[in-house]
Design a binder for this molecule. Structure first.
Ligand code: NAD
Ligand code: ZN
Ligand code: ZN
Length: 367
């Protein structure tokens, strides 16, 4: 067994607590990754808050990056390589076979439930199993076990605190623009919510060369950051009629909108902002249902679609994102605030209160 330290949720809704845990060695195609940094995504916050008591204790975390320190006999990543951990997929179902692993038929079990598909866990706390397979990694820990589908080797090393969020939020925001919506210079993009995902979408819009990019967020610092990252206008939703304002500043509305808020009212507003034949991408996780303006959708030929992880094939897209960062097109430094892993509680507080856009925990190299 490997001695490690992990943030463990012991009771429903509780803040993860740093605890000493034991991890079994990797088997089959698994690797053991010494985690160098891990981002906190809003999905960690919202899923842990309503995770069923019967499946606890559990370790969350799904934006890990680090170095392979032990490899199972069938592993594809080699010892010493820097990897970015991302969402898990089975590699065999119809969607995986068609290059759409984000829509894997087994996605819920492999990513959200915290098991490893076979109900076993590699993690133990004083002999008790800890669910340790969140997004196939549970990387709020000094060590994580992952499999080839969600272990992406970086062709060139990258600072861990910037590589970590490539695994989920940056991949989701940029991928929604470049892969799912495939926006181009003729497009007008509206982004609702300027958190890590929304701001990544703004950066994606700039990379795509969209002729206008409007970000909507109530937090002034986030609107200012959106302007620095490529927005051509920003709107405070507290100021009156957002749709009318957005249609005015864009001279007719957006060709594409992205909702990262998961708020039913915001989703309705986003549809109202679209030009005829425009598309709304639903990315936020939270609203289980929302009223749809059916007449508007039908009459204007609008499309509404969900997007998971930016429609990416992570083995292709994450190295491309690293390249975009290297070229200066993806200034991840602007999103990231680092915290020592020992200060997990402070980072979690920052994530839950919106203090930092992208809190990233950095591990001490000696652990
Ligand atoms: N679909 C996917 O694959 C995927 C991947 C990653 C994250 N997510 C989800 O995406 C969402 C965004 O993640 P994040 O980490 O950027 O979260 P975040 O909380 O940082 O971002 C949400 C933003 O919405 C803003 N907001 C609140 N009310 C608003 C309003 N009325 N109008 C406009 N903006 C408003 C907040 O100020 C905040 O900046 C979360 O729900 C997360 O779970 C989905
Ligand atoms: Zn699959
Ligand atoms: Zn995420």
């Amino acid at each position: 067994m490997i001695e490690a330290r992990a943030a463990v949720v012991l009771e429903p809704g509780a803040v993860p607590q740093l605890t000493d845990v034991q991890i079994r060695p990797p088997v089959g195609d698994e690797v053991l990754v010494r985690v160098a940094a891990v981002g906190i995504c809003h999905t960690d916050v919202s899923v842990s808050a309503r995770f069923p008591a019967a499946r606890l204790p559990m370790t969350f975390g799904h934006e890990g990056t680090g170095t392979v320190v032990e490899a199972g006999p069938d592993a594809t990543a080699a010892m010493g390589q820097q990897v970015v951990l991302t969402f898990a997929s089975c590699g065999e179902c119809a969607n995986c076979s068609e290059g759409a692993p984000a829509y894997c038929d087994h996605s819920t079990g492999l990513n959200m439930r915290g098991d490893r598909g076979d109900e076993t866990s590699a993690l133990r706390l004083h002999g008790t199993p800890v669910a340790g397979g969140f997004f196939g990694q549970s990387s709020f820990a000094t060590h994580a076990i992952s499999r080839p589908a969600n272990t992406v080797v970086l062709p060139e090393p990258m600072p861990p605190e910037l590589a970590a969020p490539l695994g989920c939020s940056v991949q989701t925001g940029v991928g929604t623009v470049l892969n799912a919506l495939a926006l181009a210079a003729a497009d007008v993009l509206a982004v609702f919510g300027a958190g890590a995902v929304g701001l990544s979408a703004v950066m994606g819009g700039r990379i795509a060369g969209c002729r206008a990019i409007v970000a909507v967020d109530p937090v002034p610092q986030r609107r200012a950051l959106a302007m620095r990252l490529g927005a051509t206008a920003v709107i405070d939703p507290v100021d009156g009629d957002v749709a009318a304002h957005l249609i005015e500043v864009t001279g007719g509305g957006a060709t594409a909108a992205i909702d990262t808020t998961a708020l039913p009212d915001v989703i309705a507003t986003a549809l109202t902002c679209l030009r005829a034949r425009g598309t709304l991408a639903l990315v936020g996780l939270g609203a289980l249902s929302a009223a749809l303006p059916v007449g508007l959708i039908m009459g204007r030929g609008l499309r509404v679609r969900g997007v998971v992880e930016g429609d990416s094939d992570p083995h292709v897209f994450i190295p491309q994102l690293a390249q975009m960062w290297r070229r200066g097109d993806l200034p991840l430094e602007e999103l990231v605030t680092t915290f020592s892993f020992d200060d997990f509680g402070d980072a979690w507080h920052s994530a839950t209160t919106g203090g930092a856009v992208k809190p990233v925990l950095v591990m001490r190299p000696d652990r």
